[in-house]
Design a protein around this ligand. Structure first.
Ligand code: UDP
Ligand code: UDP
Ligand code: UDP
Length: 462
C-alpha cells in the first residue's frame, strides 16, 4: 500500500557520521511509504558525502532531494575544523528554510533536524506549527549526557571529581570522559548549552540504538529520570546499511573482499577510526608495530587528514615509512581510501574491531557481533567506549587517554588486540547483542512497530 499522505523533511548537518544515519533513517521511512524530502547542504564537506548522496539517490529515485546552497562560512573562521565550521554556517542559515518548506507539496507532516541544529530549526518550525523531531547521531548514553550537560555545567564540578549522569549505566564517570571540547569555552559548548534546554520542545527524538544494547538509558530517558518532560525517545536501530553503500566504496573493494574470503573465520582484526579522525604519524607507526606483534592478520584503514579530499595525494609510504609498509604486506592489507565498513564488519573472517567508538561504527559492530578494542579519540567517544565496556563485548584501556595525549606503544596495542581476538566471553556477549539487534529490526520487531505507530500518528495529526 502506497501511503504518501505522510511527508517528512530531513535536514542533516555535516560529515559521514551524520549523513549516514540520516540516509539510513530516510530509507526506513521510504520503505514504509512515506514521502521523504532531504534538504541537502551543498557543497558537501567531504568527497565521501557527495558519493553517498549520489548512490543513495540512484537507489531511491523517489527521494525528493532539495539542494540547500550555503552562504560562505563566517569570517574569521570560528573553528579550524571544517565540519564544525559547516555546522555553524548551517545554524546561521536556517532563515533560508521557510520559503523552501512552504514550496513543498504535499505540505510537510514533520521535520527531522540534525542534533547540532536543534534551536535554529525549532525557531522556524514553531512559527509554522510543524512538528519537529531530531535524529541524535550518537548513543542513548551520550544523549543522556547531552541532555544533562547544562545542569552539570552549573554545578561547577571539579576535574578530579567523578560525575553522576542520570541515564548512563556506568555512572558515575570520571571527568576525563567528558568531551574535552566541552571543558572550556568553545563553539560546541555554546551549542550544547543553547540546544540542550530546548530538547523538551521537540516532538520526539530518534536514536540509532536498541533495547538489548541500551535498555538502561532508554528507560531512564522515557521515565523522565534524565530530564523532566523529555519528549518521546524512539529507538529505531540498529540502522541497516543498504546495498548501495557497497557500490559507493572504491575500486579496491573486490580485492579487499577476495582477500577476506581467503582468511580463516574470525581470524582478521579490522582497524578503522571513522570518517574524520586522522591520527598522528608516530601513533600510526606504533599501530603498525602493534598489528605485527599481535600475530593476527589485519585489515587497516589509514587516514592522514581530517577531510578526505586532502588525503588523496599522500601515499602510504610517506605516512608509515617504506620499511613498515613492506613488513606489513606479509600479514595484512593496509588501505588508505574509503572502504565499505559494513561489508567488512559483516564478513565471517573478521573477528575483532579496533575502533575509535564513533557511534555509527559501534552500532554496525553490534549488528554484526564483532568484539571491540575501544580506543576513543575525541568528543562522545569515551562515553560510547564506556558503554561497550559495561556491555561486556569489548575492552577499553583507559590509560591510553584521548587521541594525541600520548603515543601508545606497539607492544600495548598488540597485547590488547590479542585479548579481543582470544577472549571467549567478549565473543559470547557480542553474539548476544547481534541477536538482540537482529530481533529489533526483524519483521514485527521494535523498529517496525515504532515506525508504524508513528506513521499512524502522523496521519491522524494532519
Ligand atoms: N566508514 C566507512 N568507510 C571508511 C570510514 C568510515 O564506511 O573508510 C563509515 C562507518 O561505517 C560509519 C561512518 O563512516 O558508518 C563513520 O561514522 P562514526 O560515527 O563511526 O564515526 P565518525 O566518522 O563520525 O567519527
Ligand atoms: N573533534 C572531532 N569530533 C569531536 C570532538 C573533537 O572530530 O566530537 C576533533 C576536532 O577536529 C577538534 C579536535 O578533535 O578540533 C580537538 O578536539 P578536543 O575535543 O580535544 O577539543 P579541545 O579540547 O582540544 O579543543
Ligand atoms: N560532541 C562534542 N564535541 C564535539 C563534537 C561532538 O561533545 O566537538 C558531542 C556532541 O554532544 C554530539 C556527540 O558528541 O551530540 C556526537 O557527536 P558526533 O559523533 O555526532 O560528532 P562527530 O564526531 O561525528 O563530528
Amino acid at each position: 500500500m502506497s501511503d504518501e499522505s505522510v511527508h517528512v523533511a530531513m535536514f542533516p548537518s555535516a560529515g559521514m557520521g551524520h549523513l549516514t544515519p540520516f540516509l539510513r533513517l530516510a530509507s526506513l521511512l521510504l520503505t514504509h511509504h512515506c514521502k521523504v524530502t532531504l534538504i541537502t547542504p551543498l557543497p558537501t564537506v567531504s568527497h565521501a558525502e557527495s558519493q553517498l548522496l549520489s548512490h543513495f539517490h540512484s537507489s531511491f529515485p523517489q527521494l525528493n532531494l532539495i539542494p540547500f546552497h550555503l552562504p560562505p562560512p563566517p569570517s574569521p573562521p570560528i573553528s579550524g575544523d571544517p565540519f564544525f565550521l559547516r555546522v555553524q554556517t548551517l545554524r546561521n542559515s536556517t532563515h533560508l528554510l521557510p520559503p523552501l518548506i512552504s514550496s513543498l507539496s504535499p505540505p510537510l507532516s514533520l521535520f527531522i533536524s540534525d542534533i547540532f541544529l536543534v534551536t535554529p530549526c525549532l525557531s522556524i518550525t514553531q512559527k509554522l506549527s510543524l512538528p519537529n523531531y531530531t535524529l541524535f547521531t550518537s548513543s542513548a548514553s551520550m544523549f543522556s549526557f547531552f541532555s544533562h550537560f547544562p545542569t552539570l555545567a552549573q554545578s561547577k564540578f571539579d576535574l578530579s571529581d567523578e560525575i553522576h549522569i542520570p541515564g548512563i549505566p556506568f555512572s558515575p564517570l570520571p571527568c576525563s570522559s567528558i568531551p574535552p571540547i566541552l571543558l572550556h569555552p568553545s563553539v560546541f559548548r555554546n551549542i550544547i548549552m543553547e540546544d540542550s534546554p530546548n530538547l523538551t520542545k521537540l516532538d520526539g527524538v530518534f536514536l540509532n540504538t536498541f533495547e538489548a544494547l541500551e535498555s538502561h538509558s532508554l528507560k531512564a530517558l522515557s521515565d523522565g529520570k534524565v530530564v523532566k518532560d523529555m519528549p518521546p525517545v524512539y529507538a529505531v536501530g540498529p540502522f541497516v546499511p543498504f546495498k548501495f553503500e557497497a557500490e559507493a566504496s572504491p575500486s579496491s573493494s573486490p580485492l579487499l573482499i577476495n582477500w577476506l574470503d581467503e582468511q580463516p573465520i574470525g581470524s582478521v582484526v579490522y582497524v578503522c577510526f571513522g570518517s574524520r579522525t586522522a591520527l598522528g604519524r608516530d601513533q600510526m607507526r606504533e599501530i603498525g608495530n602493534g598489528l605485527m606483534t599481535s600475530g593476527y592478520n589485519f585489515l587497516w584503514v589509514v587516514k592522514d587528514k581530517i577531510v578526505d579530499k586532502e588525503d588523496e595525494e599522500i601515499g602510504l609510504d610517506e605516512v608509515l615509512g617504506v620499511e613498515l609498509v613492506e613488513r606489513m604486506k606479509k600479514k595484512g592489507l593496509v588501505i588508505k581510501e574509503w572502504v565499505d565498513q559494513s561489508e567488512i564488519l559483516s564478513h565471517k573472517s573478521v573477528g575483532g574491531f579496533v575502533s575509535h567508538c564513533g557511534w555509527n561504527s559501534i552500532a554496525e559492530a553490534a549488528l554484526n557481533g564483532v568484539p571491540i578494542l575501544a580506543w576513543p579519540q575525541h568528543g562522545d567517544q569515551k562515553i560510547n567506549a564506556g558503554l561497550v565496556e559495561v556491555s561486556g563485548w569489548g575492552i577499553w584501556n583507559k590509560s591510553w587517554g584521548w587521541g594525541g595525549e600520548r603515543v601508545v606503544q606497539g607492544e600495548e596495542i598488540g597485547d590488547a588486540i590479542k585479548e579481543i581476538m582470544e577472549n571467549e566471553l567478549l565473543k559470547v556477549k557480542a553474539m548476544e547483542l547481534k541477536e538482540g539487534g537482529k530481533k529489533a529490526i526483524s519483521v514485527g520487531g521494535d523498529c517496525e512497530v515504532t515506525i508504524q505507530k508513528l506513521i499512524l500518528k502522523w496521519k491522524n495529526d494532519v
